[in-house]
Design a protein around this ligand. Structure first.
Ligand SMILES: C[S@@+](CC[C@H](N)C(=O)[O-])C[C@H]1O[C@@H](n2cnc3c(N)ncnc32)[C@H](O)[C@@H]1O
Length: 309
């Protein structure tokens, strides 16, 4: 089982955060601390790193491996509580950089007991925060066919959403849905035979159910707005996303905060008057070939960076 997480686009992330000696930074998605470890190398003796993750195993890992470093604090929480977390740990209430590396970590995906993988047999769980009551299986049992199909379509862009939802409910009625492999087979059988072997047919549905169970898009919307309250002038917000729904939210947010609408660009109006909060930092959206060679997860990653103005 993979217990480590190879951080995605590490060099690009560290460069994009533009880390200052003595600054305060927030790693909102600690995972196994791959990015955190490298942020700590750059913040000097008086810098501070606030790390957040809602996963209990991430908390234990942080405690075992990072707690001796006095510049480091860890908060097991949803990152959508960013403002209150910053208030708790940081007197100045402003931070110089915020990192979001969205989605699941390799240890979450690779541990069959967490139920995130359609390749490994385990309970149909998919909770990042195991204190939440709603597992994926419980939701599939409680929800009706139409609502399940809607989620598969909305968050997975799954063409066979209705057929899959119907098969899932039928399997539940017959007590045939217990494990991730049962679910994966049910989904696969809803695909025409000719389409079953390209990409695993369960990919989109598992993604959709995971996004729903962990409220991933709502969490993202909430934290982006809060970033504006806590980021210091010149501070950077760096976001890595892994699918188009997330990336669209990040892109729209940065555009809304960095592009003045209905104001001709040649007028002598300040950014403050235009009510602009951010400047887009132009970097390549995708990982470099070397970054993909180092970490294959980087293949589907997109990175966006903005600076507080
Ligand atoms: C892709 S991993 C991050 C890996 C990390 N950058 C590293 O190098 O080890 C994403 C992590 O964010 C956590 N996470 C996702 N959404 C979260 C949320 N809304 N609040 C807190 N943690 C979250 C997950 O539990 C997971 O551990």
């Amino acid at each position: 089982m993979n217990l480590i997480h190879n951080p995605v686009m590490l060099n690009t992330v560290i460069k994009s955060l533009n880390i200052k000696d003595g600054g305060t930074y927030v790693d909102c998605t600690f995972g196994r601390g791959g990015h955190s470890k490298n942020i700590l190398k750059k913040i000097g003796k008086t810098g501070k790193l606030i790390a957040i993750d809602k996963d209990e195993e991430a908390r234990k890992y942080a405690l075992d491996n990072f707690s001796k470093d006095k510049r480091f604090v860890f908060e097991k929480n949803s990152f959508s509580n960013l403002v209150s977390i910053i208030e708790k740990y940081n007197e100045s209430k402003k931070v110089n950089g915020i990192l979001l590396d969205l989605g699941v970590s390799s240890p979450q995906l690779d541990n069959p007991k967490r139920g995130f993988s359609f390749m490994k047999e385990g309970p149909i769980d998919m909770r990042m925060d195991t204190k939440n009551k709603l597992t994926a299986l419980l939701w599939l049992k409680e929800e009706n066919e139409d609502a399940i199909a809607n989620i598969l379509r909305l968050y997975g862009e799954e063409k066979y959403a209705y057929k899959i939802a119907r098969s899932i409910k039928k399997a539940i009625e017959n007590d045939l849905l217990k494990t991730t492999i049962d679910l994966s087979k049910i989904i696969s059988e809803c695909y025409p035979k000719s389409k079953r072997y390209k990409k695993n047919p369960a990919t989109k549905s598992f993604q959709a159910i995971r996004i729903f169970i962990n409220k991933e898009l709502e969490e993202l919307e909430k934290i982006l707005n809060q970033c504006l309250d806590v980021i210091a002038l010149g501070g950077r917000i760096v976001v890595i996303s892994f699918h188009s729904l997330e990336d669209r939210i990040v892109k729209n947010f940065i555009n809304n905060q960095s592009i003045a609408k209905d104001v001709p660009s040649n007028l002598p109006i300040t950014n403050f008057e235009k009510k602009l909060n951010l400047k887009k930092i132009k970097i390549p959206l995708h990982a470099t070939k070397e970054e993909i060679l180092q970490n294959v997860r980087a293949r589907s990653a997109k990175i966006r960076v903005a600076e507080k103005i």
